[in-house]
Design a binder for this molecule. Sequence first.
Ligand code: SF4
Ligand code: SF4
Ligand code: FES
Length: 284
Amino acid sequence: MRGQLEAGEVSFWLNGQPASARAGQTVLQAAKAQGVSIHCACYRDGLGGDASCRVCLVEIAGEPRLAPACHRTPTEGMAVHTDSEKVQRVRRTVLQFLDAEAVGPIDPLTEFGRLLPKKDPAEISEGTSVPDDSHPAIIVDRDACILCGRCVRACRDVQCNDVIGIGYRGTETRIIFDTDTTLGDSSCVGCGECVQACPTHALRDRSAEENRGAERAVETVCPYCGVGCQLRYEVRDGRIVAATGLNGPSNQRRLCVKGRYGFDYVHHPHRRTQPLIRREDVPK
Ligand code: SF4
Ligand code: SF4
Ligand code: FES
């Protein structure tokens, strides 16, 4: 195995199988490259993680504690187990804690909701706070927030807007906008990066309900400026209901407010849908 490695690459064992990792790759990234997926909540490709959720814990032979796969890099000969009995047991507990972090129910169709075991309807708690619907495009439902911090990094590190923070302490801890105002009154520019990053739909598009029944997805290039951001439109009944940034060379999943939410012009009745011929007898 060693002879086939590139410079800086290390060989290690992944669930008993030989594996390799490029220089700087984490266990999570190396495992994904070999087709082994590891659950995570605070990490997302392109956004990184802050190792706060512990959902991605893996067992490393000879180490007494489990390690977060999103932050640990493999070393030569390391033996990693992503699904041992111990890992499964701890992951179940971690998911329970994170689920309990959300005051209200988490939509089972969301990225994080899909990791949770099915619940008895009697076990599902009602939320306690009123969603913040002050923003024209985004609803904030703090009851569904697990404080993973992805929205903070999306707004600050990816879009450099720095609108979102984690405020207060203990049971009062919650995401806040600027100095704790509503999202609508904050300095938010409506790029929607936080919505795209949120694994629980605590931050969601106003059109999310319409988006639920999307019939097909169309991958295309944003028609506005010349940057050429790649995106995917969700379509229902022949109408665009949502846009998601794709990993294109110029946008790397980001979109601005126009690409994210400015698609309603497509359906405007004045929009030209076929070429016109200029006639001499008709004034311009
Ligand atoms: S929409 Fe963009 S600017 Fe507004 S809070 Fe979310 S990431 Fe920040
Ligand atoms: S709003 Fe969503 S992305 Fe932000 S901390 Fe809560 S769960 Fe995470
Ligand atoms: S995904 Fe690794 S600690 Fe959250």
